[in-house]
Design a protein around this ligand. Structure first.
Ligand SMILES: [Zn+2]
Ligand SMILES: [Zn+2]
Length: 290
């Protein structure tokens, strides 16, 4: 698969890959291509009750000195437990890796896609105890730092069985940006969707959302009303369905499941900015497909 190098200049340059924009393979799904050719109308503002704060992590920023990149970190706080969500944009496709942590400093790492060193600096800088790795789907840009992190910081790995089958195989690479991801020694929690986990102060559910990949899932935290949507749902868009195992009809069904969540649910996607279910119902063209 030949295409030009992604440019890191724009905030959403890696996002362009998932939208099939210039320099990347065009979208092979005609419906997706048509919808994305008509940009959505102006978006409503996010509801004001959500607190947003820029983080100050000098150590984490300097952790990326090797590649000359300073990672962008942003933090939010949610709910009575002040669940802290730190977003780190990692790798050639600007994948959003999230570290969610509680007042008691228990942490979950969602989609460690690249830059293991930077992620581990955040964990040590904040003195966090990692309780699990949550994988929204198997694409290499979401799992490439999993094995190197797991080698340093042991915690259960949760991943859908349909993606665990191929995620560490030869097909899941995109040279020169990503080689085949290493498999951690154990994948302790093979997901099917529907699982509910309560561990430490975390309470979350696995929602089965195939379409972008066969084993795509979203992680929903009902107490805080937040959703990690992976590449199933982006602000105003969705993950491409023309990669192996993708299915636009399945994705459309999955989006309808997400649309039934409380409207104020804050959505943290796998690429691009955060949003809410209400905003997406209002302006995401893919949620209007029936
Ligand atoms: Zn993906
Ligand atoms: Zn992705």
């Amino acid at each position: 698969m030949g295409f030009d190098a992604p440019r890191k200049s724009g905030a959403c340059s890696g996002f362009a890959f998932w939208r099939g924009e210039a320099g990347f393979p065009p979208l092979a799904d005609p419906l997706q291509a048509e919808i994305l050719s008509n940009p959505p109308r102006r978006r409503p503002k996010l509801p004001p009750q959500l607190i947003t704060a820029e983080a100050d992590f000098p150590q984490a920023g300097s952790a990326c000195g090797k590649s000359g990149l300073v990672l962008k970190l942003t933090q939010w706080y949610h709910g009575a437990n002040m669940l802290n969500i730190t977003k780190i944009e990692v790798g050639a496709f600007d994948t959003n890796c999230y570290v969610a942590w509680t007042k008691a400093l228990d942490a979950l790492i969602i989609d460690p896609g690249a830059d293991a060193e930077a992620i581990s600096k955040i964990i040590s800088h904040c003195r966090l105890t990692v309780r699990a790795y949550l994988i929204t789907h198997g694409h290499m840009d979401h799992i490439s730092a999993l094995a190197p992190l797991w080698a340093q910081i042991k915690a259960p790995v949760a991943m859908h069985g349909s993606d665990a089958k191929w995620a560490f195989g030869q097909a899941n690479q995109m040279p020169p940006y990503f080689s085949v991801p290493h498999r951690p020694e154990n994948i302790d929690r093979i997901l099917k969707g529907g699982e509910k986990w309560k561990e430490e102060d975390f309470n979350y559910e696995v929602i089965d959302t195939p379409g972008h990949s066969p084993g795509s899932v979203c992680f929903y935290f009902p107490d805080e009303n937040i959703l990690f949507s992976g590449d199933t749902l982006f602000q105003d868009s969705v993950g491409r369905t023309d990669l192996p195992g993708g299915d636009m009809r399945q994705l459309t069904n999955s989006l309808q499941i997400l649309a039934a969540l409380p409207p104020q649910t804050k959505v943290y996607p796998g690429h691009g900015p955060e949003t809410t279910i209400a905003c997406e119902i209002d302006s995401n063209p893919f949620l209007k497909i029936r």
